[in-house]
Ligand binder design. Structure first.
Ligand code: ZN
Length: 410
């Protein structure tokens, strides 16, 4: 797995008769997709994916995996993680190809077997599998133009219920705890696991940092899932600094425990550097900068799936689908992380909420420069501000070892 070769050279791209015409390239030059030769059969025979798109997906999966889990000792688990990432990347731009409501076999992979391989020694195997399926089912809803579905409407309403709820759902949405457990498994570290409170803190650190950096990408996508669509966006810098500080404090506290290194390595890369290292982001296209406000051009490219991004515009209608929502609830023990079904069930039409916040029947961005989810009023946003400002204290309560560091708790 470590010998990379050029599996998709520029010449291959030019000769590819299946090249979709909508694949605009940012700088007019052909991209090169790099991944191991051994991956040649991955996604083989998926009729809805062109050879060009498959190459791009595999390269993104390779780059992401190598960034967030840079070293490993267990190659079969590592390959299993790569494959769940491949499925995830497809879900991020074309949810119609990953309908896990019907079962665990998608895109030629059996997810259940991949989870068995990854988490053979992990007592949390089933819970982590639920987290992953939550990510797929919600993301696929968003990327298959089902913005007004019963499931998606309730899901987006739930995102805005409270900061604690938000970070738990975002944790699953970013498959944070799943991937952190995978990072340990890939390094044969089977005797370290975190409590629910600890996982929540690790997820909050990673997602705060990632979302602060990905703010304009997410806005170009009309995302519903960015922390700063709910936390006042003026707090991005401060929130990033604070989360980064807590991460470094954990790194210092764990300095003598090499077994914790996969955790810090994962969050450190996920929280920012991947935006420079992965071709999926616009670092090169934007003149070696990160965090450039989106333009109409970028939004238009996003609608065309450039870099496998996905634009969620409002106004799509998929028609009545109460039955699908009920089926998801019926299968919630398999498809949703514990507690999410109750949360969704609470989001009934007509539920009493703050009347200054803007809840909608159908989500997605209505115009450029806006996110696609619930718009909280200024007063409600203040509550979110207090929550994220308390991260260091909450982190120290979950990880007592932080008291032995110089982390500022006041
Ligand atoms: Zn409000």
């Amino acid at each position: 797995m470590t010998d990379t070769t050029v599996a998709g050279s520029p010449a291959d791209v030019e000769n590819d008769s299946k090249l979709p015409s909508h694949q605009a390239r940012g700088d007019g030059s052909p991209d090169t997709w790099l991944y191991p030769e051994a991956w040649i059969d991955e996604l083989k025979g998926i009729a809805d994916l062109s050879a060009e798109t498959v190459r791009q997906i595999l390269a993104v999966a390779w780059e992401y995996t190598r960034c967030v889990i840079p070293v490993y000792t267990n190659s079969s688990r590592y390959l299993a993680f790569c494959r769940v990432i491949i499925v995830g990347i497809v879900a991020k731009f074309n949810g119609s190809l990953v309908d896990i409501l019907a079962g665990d076999t998608v895109l030629g992979y059996n997810l259940n077997e991949l989870f068995d391989t990854l988490f053979a020694q992990c007592p949390h195997r089933d819970a982590l599998a639920q987290d992953y399926r939550t990510f797929i089912i919600a993301t696929a809803e968003k990327t298959s133009n089902r913005q007004d579905s019963e499931l998606f409407r309730r899901y987006v309403n739930a995102l805005a219920e409270s900061p604690k709820t938000w970070f738990r759902i975002r944790d699953a949405d970013a498959i944070m705890r799943f991937s952190l457990a995978a990072a340990l498994a890939c390094n044969d570290i089977d005797n370290l696991m975190f409590t629910e409170e600890q996982f929540q803190i690790l997820g909050e650190i990673g997602c705060t940092m990632y979302d602060a950096v990905a703010f304009y990408k997410h806005r170009a996508e009309g995302e519903t899932n960015d922390t700063f669509a709910y936390v006042p966006s003026s707090l991005r810098q401060e929130a990033y600094r604070r989360a980064r500080e807590v991460l470094w404090a954990l790194d210092v506290a764990w300095a003598d425990y090499p077994g914790h290194l996969p955790i810090v390595n994962f969050i450190r890369s996920f929280g920012g550097p991947i935006h420079m290292m992965m071709g999926r982001y616009r670092f090169v296209e934007d003149g070696l900068t990160i965090g450039k406000p989106e333009t109409e051009d970028v939004i238009s490219q996003t609608r065309r799936k450039f870099k496998l991004w996905n634009r969620v515009d409002s106004g799509r209608e998929c028609g009545p689908d109460e039955a699908r929502y009920c089926e998801v609830i019926r299968q919630s023990g398999r498809l949703l992380f514990d507690g999410l079904a109750d949360l969704l069930q609470r989001q009934e039409p007509g539920r009493e909420r703050c009347d200054r916040c803007r809840y909608r029947m159908s989500y997605g961005a209505e115009r450029s420069g806006e996110f696609g989810g619930v718009e909280l009023c200024d007063e409600c946003r203040e509550g979110w501000r207090f929550y994220i400002e308390s991260l260091p204290q909450r982190a120290a309560a979950a990880f007592p070892e932080l008291h032995g560091t110089q982390l500022r708790l006041g």
